[in-house]
Design a protein around this ligand. Structure first.
Ligand code: GAP
Length: 456
């Protein structure tokens, strides 16, 4: 099961503290969202899973964290100044502004009029002023993709790490786009996060590496709990390719508003490294590369076979963190009928993504022995380093279970009178499984091993 519509996810996200509208108390800032106490945990868990699989589990990858504020020349030579634009129209009747490819039947979505202006290009990059001088020409861009930080640091990375082809650089960070029509909650926003890999390969080996990365990335999303029936691969038609791409395969996910791009895996050829490179004539660069008169570096690497410096090709898997969060929330959202007119909402998140891993619940909050034991268990489990373990003393066990079902906590541990009373159940606790709601009894000394093994 998934959510029936986006509104269900938006409501849960607000109710339980996953995601809030930014600037809400002033009417909200369109296309900008804040992550709440649980949202930040979920988002961090998704990013950690990505880093684990793409950086730590591979010998051919290193990480990077480059600045958001970007030198203007970076986005001049990357081609974004000329081409990073969407076509927009204005409604002459109600003055609303629309992205042309988002319009239905060529009519204004707000008032239904077809009295629209001619389409014109709108560059989506945000500019900001830098330094104390108020000069039109002194500005920096807020990066619209994290990728350029990797390309422009290519030489420093190679010099510092002695990486050999093929190898990749991974980065997670914020990107900004002045979207004409932000929409669908955190799906299309103006400030978002990307998880990007630039994987550098020898020219000629790019097609094979492209195929491998499409397969790896598709599998990874399945491991995050996305069902194959809601995932699709789409090779972008040539006329829709970004200015830098030779080929792009998108991983689409079926969001409540339909199948849309979750991640794109592009073959960017030598376009970026070539376009940022000095003395371009030293290399056999492909045709689209932009001429460069400003760069001070050759973004090239020694090819051990030919013993010549070459500008590598690059395969780029680029995923949106926020779109990932929305997809896993949608996938996990389940409404179950329990009988007797009762139902529950449960987030069936993969345990490694769950914002709270375990809730420890004292059955009676004013019984000192129970409270002490529950707090002791919480501390022991917290030290396992698996993520957040919460202590839940609402005093109402049913309410605690409902809350933890809704936020996706895989396991609740209840400390009751039997736990602290000599007898057959002494020093045992009740474990309640989120998905099956089954309850079992386990000795406290087995808890750490159980939590480690069953949940991770
Ligand atoms: N470096 C390549 C690049 O930026 P892209 O297809 O424009 O390619 C990559 O963006 C990913 O970033 C997308 O697949 C999507 O998940 C995410 N993304 C792009 N624009 C977004 C937006 N306005 N809001 C949320 N996520 C966005």
């Amino acid at each position: 099961m998934t959510a029936k519509n986006l509104d269900e996810i938006v409501a849960l996200a607000k109710r339980r503290g996953f995601i809030f509208q930014s600037g809400e108390i002033y009417g909200g800032l369109q296309g900008v969202y804040d992550y709440g106490p649980l949202g930040v945990e979920l988002k961090n868990n998704l990013k950690a899973a990505w880093w684990q699989s793409n950086v730590y589990e591979r010998d051919d990858m290193v990480g990077l964290d480059t600045a958001i504020l970007s030198h203007r020349a970076v986005f001049q030579y990357s081609g974004h100044e000329d081409t990073f634009a969407d076509m927009m129209v204005d409604c002459r009747e109600c003055k609303h502004r629309w992205r042309v490819d988002h319009l239905k039947n060529g009519k204004c979505e707000h008032c239904g009029s077809d009295n629209l202006t001619e389409p014109r290009a709108f560059n989506m990059m945000f500019k900001t002023r830098m330094g104390p001088v108020e000069d039109q020409d002194v500005f920096a861009y807020l990066r619209p993709e994290t990728a350029q930080g990797i390309f422009t640091q290519f030489k420093n990375i190679v010099d510092a790490t002695s990486m050999k082809l093929p190898f990749g650089v991974a980065q997670i960070g914020k990107a900004f786009r002045n979207e004409i029509t932000p929409r669908n909650f955190i799906f299309r926003v103006r400030e978002f996060e990307q998880m990007e890999i630039e994987f550098f390969v020898k020219p000629g080996e790019d097609d094979t590496w492209h195929e491998k990365w499409v397969e790896w990335r598709y599998e990874w999303w399945k491991q995050q709990g996305l069902s194959e029936t809601r995932l699709k691969l789409l090779t972008q038609p040539t006329e829709e390719l970004a200015h830098y791409a030779k080929k792009t395969v998108d991983i689409l996910y079926e969001y409540p508003h339909g199948f849309e791009e979750l991640e794109g895996i592009a073959n960017r050829t030598d376009y970026d490294l070539g376009s940022h490179t000095r003395s371009q004539s030293d290399f056999n660069l492909s045709a689209k590369v932009k001429p460069n008169t400003d760069s001070t570096a050759k973004l090239a690497i020694l090819d051990l076979q030919s013993n010549k410096f070459i500008v590598p090709y690059v395969i780029e898997p680029s995923a949106g963190v926020d779109r990932g969060v929305l997809a896993v929330l949608n996938e996990a959202y389940t409404e179950e009928v329990l009988g007797e007119g009762k139902s529950r909402v449960v987030l069936k998140l993969k345990p490694h993504l769950a914002p709270v891993k375990v809730a420890v619940v004292p059955l009676a909050r004013n019984n000192p022995a129970i409270v002490e034991k529950a707090q002791e268990i919480r501390k022991i489990l917290q030290r396992l380093g698996l993520g957040r373990i919460s202590y839940e003393d609402t005093g109402n066990i049913g309410k605690s279970y409902r809350r933890h079902d809704e936020i996706g906590t895989p396991l609740c541990i209840t400390v009751d009178f039997d736990t602290v009373t000599e007898g057959p159940q002494y020093h045992t606790v009740t474990l309640r499984d989120r998905d099956t709601m089954q309850q079992t009894r386990l000795p406290i000394e087995q808890l750490s091993a159980y939590v480690r093994e069953v949940l991770f």
